[in-house]
Design a binder for this molecule. Structure first.
Ligand code: HEC
Length: 181
């Protein structure tokens, strides 16, 4: 590429004093650089907007129900054994915030009896239901059916993830004990 600052320099050398000339050349080069680099940035910005736009569309495309429900819990590990201390914490919360509507047998009160729930649902689903019941009964196919059956919206009991995990452990313990384990 021809060096633009050289030819500019030649033109200006006839017209201007040296010091001024260098100033003008410097300015010219600076603006060239600037315009190039800002052009680059704009390209990148559009590119990344396009990419996020795509990712967004993919997210909103209908996905098959993975049985994990809708809420903050996307993946948790549960071991085969029960953590008794955690289950005991869950029991305390359950008695304070859940037992008015749920029994630990298969008997319904306001909500369904919770015996066997950890065999029917994924652990993530149970935690999301406990943390986020309103959105679940609007959007999750299984929770929608439950609402249609029980005709009462489960209330949001302000359960955080840690407490929901403890409740899950308690429900797992309840189910294992019922199997005589
Ligand atoms: C006001 C009554 C009420 C309270 C309080 C309540 N629930 Fe529920 N729960 C329901 C109802 C009713 C349903 C069925 C879905 C619906 O109609 O919203 C349900 C559904 C569930 C389910 C799904 C059951 C299944 O068969 O899949 C779980 C798990 C659950 N609740 C756990 C809890 C826990 C844990 C608490 C305490 C933190 C709690 N609920 C507090 C009424 C309640």
């Amino acid at each position: 590429m021809a060096n633009p600052s050289n030819s500019l320099n030649k033109i200006l050398s006839g017209l201007l004093p040296d010091s001024f000339r260098y100033g003008v050349v410097a300015l010219f080069c600076g603006s060239l650089l600037l315009s190039c680099s800002s052009g680059d940035n704009e390209n990148k910005a559009t590119e990344s907007q396009e990419q996020t736009g795509l990712a967004h569309q993919q997210e909103q495309a209908p996905v098959e129900d993975d049985g994990k429900g809708i809420g903050p819990v996307s993946s948790i590990e549960v071991s085969a054994d029960i953590d008794d201390a955690l289950a005991a914490e869950g029991k305390t919360i359950f008695e304070g915030k859940c037992s008015a509507c749920h029994q630990l047998t298969d008997q319904k009160i306001v909500g369904p009896g919770l015996l066997g729930v950890t065999e029917k649902r994924k652990p993530e689903w149970i935690m999301n239901m406990v943390i986020n019941p309103e959105e679940m009964t609007k959007k999750d196919p299984t929770a929608k059916k439950l609402l249609a059956e029980h005709l009462t919206q489960m209330t949001n009991q302000n359960i955080n993830e840690k407490d929901a995990r403890a409740i899950l452990e308690f429900l797992r313990q309840n189910d294992l004990q019922a199997q005589g384990k």
